[in-house]
Design a protein around this ligand. Structure first.
Ligand SMILES: NC(=O)c1ccc[n+]([C@@H]2O[C@H](COP(=O)([O-])OP(=O)(O)OC[C@H]3O[C@@H](n4cnc5c(N)ncnc54)[C@H](O)[C@@H]3O)[C@@H](O)[C@H]2O)c1
Length: 479
């Protein structure tokens, strides 16, 4: 298997070889090296930002409808090549092809399509002031840096590039060092769709390359998808230059299931909220609060459904559960499972697994204080917690520093809305979980983040207002 790209970086419309350290790419299923990349050197990071700053001027001067057309074309190209791109995504991430065919590039194409359409609709305001008046112009920020996590590499690249480019910004994107391949394809596709050279650039590297991007003098904004500790470092570094930020960080989200819920749907949602992409999803509802009366029935249905899951070769279209992205991540997940057992939680399904695979794992009889219930694991580990009353479960669900997402399952819709109003989470679902259509704002509160991706809300995070006062008469100076 070989997924070697033309070169490691993409700068000024061209593949460019990196001049930094080696960056091998492994297929998580076999551990085989499928591409040998190199990180960007410090000079290449600076060059990418400079090129982006130059290209941004021309791009911002284009009519928004023309910019939108480029993005729409890119969306169409992605959809034409979805099969080939999804295969590459599976090699890069190890996620089952049945997922990557529908959830990765397709979601990226939807973002390009959506913001392509939105580009020409963004207008300013006219503010009447009597004789005088004012108006506002929504302007691009300039050069935006995008930094990605490894779980949805191509989707993340598109979710950041689409609103940034639609508003007339340029972007330098650094994918996760674990999954560097998809962003290079996006760069090629955007050029093919008509994007001027230099408007979207890709540099590769580990954290130090990301850190160099954040403080480059050309950079006006940083959008990071990653963990809370990285977010804290990036936010602090960005603050020195008063740069804008969007932070899409981790979570430990509650999924609350009341005893009047449709149990089959609730079990299905708990599965989607914990095991899709082998559990490597930021918004996962990993604290599943189940009302005491249905706890046994819930666990029985859940374990029966998990017993039927097909685990294996991610390129086999029948496979439903693939490997973990890297041996290091698998080791971290295994340590969390072992700690859960040692702390006294009851393992009712799964376990530490073997090699690259960790099966869907479910704990019962956990308490809120166990690390299982406090720490983000970012793997296929569900912790179920029993509760009795609405008041109690709201208090326990909110007792975390995170605030990315939350879900409520109940047939009583008054209760559902009452609950949602009090849950401290940026993205919530009622009788559904983990659905993130591009039309809907996505993001977190508390430690889980700042800003929103997707929807018209993202436009505000990739632009700034200029206010213009227009004097229509004489100037009355006091002396
Ligand atoms: N909220 C969301 O939308 C969302 C989506 C996916 C993943 N996540 C979160 O991402 C995490 C998993 O991804 P990960 O392990 O790749 O996260 P990570 O924080 O280790 O790395 C994220 C990115 O930041 C870069 N980075 C690391 N140190 C940096 C620094 N000092 N300056 C600049 N960049 C730096 C990394 O190279 C990588 O590209 C989880 O916490 C998960 O919840 C959040």
């Amino acid at each position: 298997m070989n997924a070697q790209p033309a070169a490691s970086l993409f700068i000024n419309g061209q593949p460019v070889e990196g001049q930094g350290d080696a960056l091998p790419v492994f297929y998580p299923y076999t551990g085989q090296e499928i591409a040998s990349l190199r990180e960007a050197s410090g000079a290449q990071v600076a060059e990418a930002c400079k090129v982006a700053a130059e290209a941004q001027v021309e791009w911002a001067a284009m009519a928004p409808v023309e910019r939108g057309r480029v993005l729409s074309r890119a969306a169409a190209i992605i959809r034409e090549r979805n099969e080939e791109l999804s295969r590459l995504e599976t090699l890069d991430t190890g996620k089952p092809i049945q997922e990557t065919l529908v959830a990765d590039w397709e979601s990226g194409a939807a973002a390009l399509e959506y913001f392509g359409g939105l580009a020409a609709t963004v207008t300013g305001q006219m503010i009447p002031l009597g004789r005088d008046w004012a108006y506002t112009i929504r302007e691009p920020l300039g050069v935006c840096v995008g930094i990605g996590a490894w779980n949805y590499p191509s989707q993340i690249a598109c979710w950041k590039a689409a609103p940034a480019l639609a508003m007339g910004n340029a972007m330098v994107f650094k994918p996760s060092e674990e999954t560097p391949l998809g962003a290079l394809k996006l760069a090629e596709i955007l050029i093919e769709a008509g994007l001027p050279a230099g408007v979207f650039n890709v540099v590769q590297g580990r954290g130090a390359v990301g850190a160099a991007l954040v403080t480059d003098p050309h950079v006006a904004k940083v959008s990071l998808t990653g963990s809370v500790p990285t977010g804290q470092k990036v936010y602090a570094a960005a603050a020195a230059g008063m740069r804008h930020v969007t932070m899409e960080l981790g979570g430990k989200s509650p999924l609350i299931i009341f005893d009047d819920a449709n149990l089959d749907d609730a079990v299905g949602a708990a599965i989607l909220a914990n095991f899709y992409s082998s559990g490597q999803i930021c918004s996962n509802g990993t604290r599943v609060f189940v009302q005491s009366g249905i706890r046994d029935a819930f666990l029985e249905k859940l374990t029966a459904r998990l017993a039927a899951i097909r685990i294996g070769d991610p390129l086999d279209p029948d496979t439903q559960h693939g490997p973990i992205v890297s041996p290091a991540q698998a080791a971290r997940i295994r340590a969390a499972i072992t700690a859960g057992e040692q702390e006294g939680a009851r393992l009712v399904a799964g376990g530490v697994g073997e090699g690259a695979f960790i099966p869907p794992t479910v704990f019962a009889d956990a308490t809120d204080q166990m690390t299982l219930a406090t720490d983000e694991i970012f793997g296929p580990v569900m912790t179920t917690l029993a509760f009795d009353t609405e008041e109690e479960v709201i208090r326990r669900a909110n007792a975390t520093g995170f605030g990315l997402a939350a879900g409520v399952f109940t047939q009583d819709l008054t209760r559902a809305h009452r609950m949602i109003a009090r849950l401290e989470a940026g993205t919530c679902w009622i009788n559904a979980y983990n659905l993130t259509p591009v039309e809907m704002p996505f993001g977190g509160v508390k430690l889980s983040g700042i800003g929103r991706e997707n929807s018209a809300a993202a436009i505000e995070h990739y632009s700034q207002l200029k206010t213009v006062y227009v004097g229509m008469g004489g100037v009355d100076a006091p002396y």
